[in-house]
Design a protein around this ligand. Structure first.
Ligand code: BES
Ligand code: ZN
Ligand code: ZN
Length: 515
């Protein structure tokens, strides 16, 4: 999709569809209040007046109404897109609204649309800055545009080709800034989604390495992709234990962003991703039902590769190194077995109780390796446990940390990224979950209670004293039910928040004005 900004009066724009956002202003006090259009001139207000007065359109989040041949406007159709209640309004409702507009246009085979940039009609209607609004719209539109029909032989070509955001000249600087950032972030998220969408027979660890390298070459990042030999040389016994059961060689992918303007003694951020390109469970094999989904067990890796893509373009003044541990988890004559004891790169011994808890094994070596590369702060993303969805459902990813300040810094970024994460405990009271009778630790909890916490406790052993944040994205990486603003399939969750966390290390501005 080609998206651009235009500073003009929306009433004069000739386009197939002109989109205006609306908020629901009904309250207990005033249950007859009609939706309020955001950023609309009097000509636009007039065109929508009869429809709004009818009460048919409630402006619920994602609700759409289309008016054909609106009077006194140059557009062929006027599309009203609901954002929900004004006081629920965060910039994320704009992200969703823009996505819903694009998807509604696609469904109507419309190739071109224009969105009226929302300005508050009353001071309390919108609580976010113009840059953040522009960014959210750019992101939502690009993210909403994609559908996953790559593997259909007869694809319906329904892409929206051109999107124009029409804004007021007075907001130009802020809108341009947010719009540019939004496009970069959305491209990164879509890149991650495309990786997650690939089936396991196409996206092997080697292929994931190839795609990361190709991205880095274009983006100007340093990238090394290693395989079995290097993993064994580094004595990554945990990573290797998982990898050795597959005929597909593993990939250890290291990407580095080292800007000249980063302070020599400044932080070095480590982004570590779980890249299991297919998780059968290994010898502790998974049930057949739903196993096909386990191609998305590399969504954490994809999030990190996507984030690096954006970081290379946003150019924050902070060093970032990403380590992706990619392998297939397979049952085989050479596969690791329940009961095996393996030695991780850090020297810790691990009793393998269940070969399906493989993510924490590859990550344990990834986290330790990132520290040896000089990382001072760590973040990892992983589809680590089914248990995290039992705890949090499919709305929030799990956030775990060994450091309150690092965690709060991450959580503050959620207001900008619009993603939802919920912190769960990762305190030493739970250490007992991973206590082994025969080795330093074991790779599953003693029982199934608090399974997401057991996984986090295991990883914490390898973060050690380094401030670390762990994102368990298993419940959100695959969107099971299509939403008005998001297609079925890979969501690209994590990418935006990880980028925001990286930016927070250099940002002097407040979260609210960051675009
Ligand atoms: N890849 C799975 C976790 C997962 C489950 C991701 C559902 C996405 C959707 C992970 O490797 C796994 O199998 N975890 C086990 C851990 C258990 C054996 C301690 C689980 O969640 O059952
Ligand atoms: Zn598993
Ligand atoms: Zn897994």
């Amino acid at each position: 999709m080609d998206s651009k900004l235009l500073f003009a009066d929306a009433a004069t724009i000739a386009t197939p569809v002109l989109v205006v956002f609306a908020i629901d202003t009904q309250s207990e006090k005033d249950s007859d209040a009609r939706p309020l259009l955001l950023g609309a001139s009097s000509a636009l207000e007039e065109a929508a007046r009869t429809l709004l007065a009818s009460g048919e359109f409630k402006a619920a989040l994602g609700e759409i109404a289309v008016l054909h041949a609106p009077a006194a406007l140059k557009t062929e159709r006027l599309m009203l897109v609901g954002l929900g209640k004004a006081n629920d309004g965060s910039a994320d409702t704009l992200r969703k609204g823009a996505g819903a507009a694009v998807r509604a246009a696609k469904a109507r085979a419309v190739r071109e649309l224009a969105i009226v940039f929302p300005r508050p009609a009353r001071p309390d209607d919108l609580k976010f800055a113009d840059a953040l609004a522009a960014r959210a719209i750019a992101e939502g539109a690009e993210i909403g545009e994609l559908d996953w029909d790559t593997y259909r032989s007869e694809r319906k070509e329904r892409s929206v080709e051109t999107l124009t955001i029409i804004a007021d000249e007075a907001a130009r600087t802020e809108v341009e800034r947010g719009f540019e950032a939004g496009r970069i972030v959305a491209a990164a998220q879509n890149f991650a989604r495309a990786l997650v969408n690939e089936p396991g027979n196409v996206l092997t660890p080697t292929e994931l390495g190839r795609r990361a390298k190709a991205m880095c070459d274009v983006a100007g990042l340093r990238c090394e992709v290693y395989s079995s030999q290097k993993i064994q040389e580094l004595e990554m016994g945990a990573f290797w234990a998982v990898a050795k059961g597959s005929a597909e060689p593993p990939a250890l992918i290291v990407m580095a962003y080292e800007p000249a303007n980063a302070a020599a003694d400044g932080p070095v951020l480590g982004l570590v991703g779980k890249g299991i390109t297919f998780d059968t469970g290994g010898i502790s094999i998974k049930p057949a039902d739903g196993m096909e989904k386990m191609k998305y067990d590399m969504a954490g890796a994809a999030a990190m590769i996507g984030a690096m893509h954006a970081i290379a373009r946003l150019k924050p003044a902070v060093k970032v190194i990403s380590v992706v541990c990619s392998a297939e988890n397979m049952p085989d004559g050479r596969a690791y077995k329940p009961g095996d004891v393996v030695t991780a790169m850090s020297g810790k011994t691990i009793e393998v109780v269940n070969t399906d808890a493989e993510g924490r094994l590859v990550l344990s070596d990834g986290l330790h390796y990132a520290k040896t590369l000089g990382c001072t702060h760590l973040i990892n993303a992983a589809t680590l446990t089914g248990a995290v969805s039992i705890a949090l459902g499919q709305l929030n990813f799990g956030v775990f940390s060994n450091d309150d300040a690092a965690c709060e810094q991450f959580m503050r970024g959620l207001a900008v990224s619009g993603e939802k994460g919920w912190r769960l405990p990762c305190i030493d009271d739970y250490r007992d979950h991973i206590k082994s009778e025969i080795a330093d630790i074991m790779n599953t909890g003693k029982n199934r209670y608090g399974g997401a916490i057991s996984g986090a406790m295991f990883l914490k052993e390898f973060a050690g004293e380094t401030p670390w944040v762990h994102l368990d994205i298993a419940g959100l990486a695959w969107n099971e039910r299509p939403k008005p603003w998001l297609a079925y399939g890979p969501s690209g969750v994590g990418v935006r928040s990880i980028i925001e966390w990286v930016r927070s290390f250099e940002a002097k501005t407040t979260a609210d004005s960051r675009g």
